[in-house]
Design a binder for this molecule. Structure first.
Ligand code: 13P
Length: 250
């Protein structure tokens, strides 16, 4: 039985004050979250110290939204894996569609970042997913396969066993349009079957989250699907009540 993971991707949102009250709200509701559900939040880098202090000793983990593929040096504006380790991050989101589309991250860069995160002993949350036009052209599986293949080629299948994959159809991100549980399950099953061709054991272990307009109202139906092992939550992770609603729907 795979553990469920509900992770909040706060993106570029929040302030010292709003994050303090969001974390208070989430912590206050954690007693209602069942034992088979792990919870994590990924704040903007500059709030990691605040989040780490507030969550230390709680059941909630935290992580970064990105990391440099370089270890240190003249890379203005970048954040290294060791810096995330300094703030006791457990997870790092890799290859989010916003990083891929707005900041030009290629499959190869994402595969390098996956390697860096694992080498540092943290858990990558690898995002994959297709654009609307790709779905409409019947290319969903080909797109997701290509994104996965880059990581598999660079890291080997065993590297996925202790990692997390997030299937995030780009057309469902921040649009209010959620993939139906059946649409999501179909792609999750495809991802698991693809990994199973290289290792059944890894396929059975890897957590595959769904992301894209997941909310308290649709979470239970999505999470009831056999290959959906949790959620990567954007907008609904910014309100304690909504985020907890998803955590308790699991
Ligand atoms: P929304 O939940 O706002 O659609 O965002 C999903 C996402 O991109 C999480 O990484």
């Amino acid at each position: 039985m795979r553990q469920i993971l509900v992770a909040g991707n706060w993106k570029m949102n929040g302030s010292t004050a709003s994050i303090a009250s969001l974390l208070d709200g989430i912590k206050a509701g954690m007693d209602k979250v069942q034992g088979n559900v792990s919870v994590a939040v990924c704040p903007p880098f500059v709030y990691l110290q605040q989040v780490a202090s507030a969550l230390e000793g709680s059941k909630i983990a935290w992580g970064g939204q990105n990391v440099s593929s370089e270890a240190s040096g003249a890379f203005t504006g970048e954040i290294a894996l060791d810096m995330l380790k300094d703030f006791a991050c457990h997870y790092v989101i890799i290859g989010h569609s916003e990083r891929r589309s707005l900041y030009g991250e290629s499959d190869e860069i994402v595969a390098d970042k996956y390697a860096v995160v694992r080498a540092g002993g943290l858990k990558p949350i690898l995002c994959v997913g297709e654009l609307l036009e790709e779905r409409e052209a019947g290319q969903t599986e080909a797109v997701v396969a290509k994104q996965l293949d880059a990581v598999l080629a660079r890291n080997g299948v065993e590297a996925l066993a202790d990692g997390v994959i997030a299937y995030e159809p780009v057309w469902a991100i921040g649009t209010g349009k959620t993939a139906s549980p059946e649409q999501a399950q179909e792609v999750h099953a495809f991802i698991r079957a693809k990994i199973a061709k290289q290792s059944q054991e890894v396929a059975d272990k890897v957590q595959i989250l769904y992301g894209g307009s997941m909310k308290p109202g649709n979470a239970a139906d999505l999470l009831a699907k056999p290959d959906i092992d949790g959620g990567l939550i954007g907008g609904a992770a910014l309100k304690a009540e909504d985020f907890l609603g998803i955590c308790t729907a699991a």
